[in-house]
Structure formats: structure tokens, C-alpha cells
Design a protein around this ligand. Sequence first.
Ligand SMILES: [Zn+2]
Length: 113
Amino acid sequence: MSKPSLAHQGAEAASRARKRRAMPCPHCGEALRVRYSQMQSETCRQGGMECTNACCGWRGTFSTTLDATHVQSAQPRADVRIPLSRAARRRMEQALAQDDARRVRVESNEPRR
Ligand SMILES: [Zn+2]
């Protein structure tokens, strides 16, 4: 029996990594594959998925939404609003309580006007 080529081993490893990251089918547990997707807004993408198990055949839709900010962007856009996570809010409150004005400026990173 011959050894699989390095390229073949690499392709198999990439396939396993994709399956680990993929959302499982809600019916059979096999990996779902994205059929199409489209941006709905700066924070939302919607699309269609299908099960990779030909014996299952489930198809459906999904939506992905960016719903919390853990660390503010260093290049914030004024028209993009993603609420702070609880942890980020707590860090800001602690910084304010310590009256550390410089640290508050860096973490909150408010858009300049
Ligand atoms: Zn399935």
C-alpha cells in the first residue's frame, strides 16, 4: 500500500478542519455547507445552508449577526453601532472609577468628531 502524497494529506487535513468548524446538521449531525450568503447590513449576513450528508438532504436558511463589542475598533465608523459586551462595559466602569482618563480614552475609542 502506497503512502498518500503530502498534497493529499494536506487536503484531508483541510477538509477535517472545515468539518470541525462547520455547524452540524440539526437532523443528522453531519457538517452543513453554505450554499449562498448575502450581507443584509454592516452587522448581519443571511444565507442558505445544506447538509453534506446526501442521505439526509436537509436545506435551510441562517443569519449571522455581530451583536456585541468586546474591544472597540481603532478605526470606528460612526454609522456602525454594536453594543458593548458586559465585560467591556465592566472594564470601562472600572477605568472610570479609577479616574484613569487616558485608559478610558483608549478603551472607549469614541469616534472623533
Ligand atoms: Zn443532515
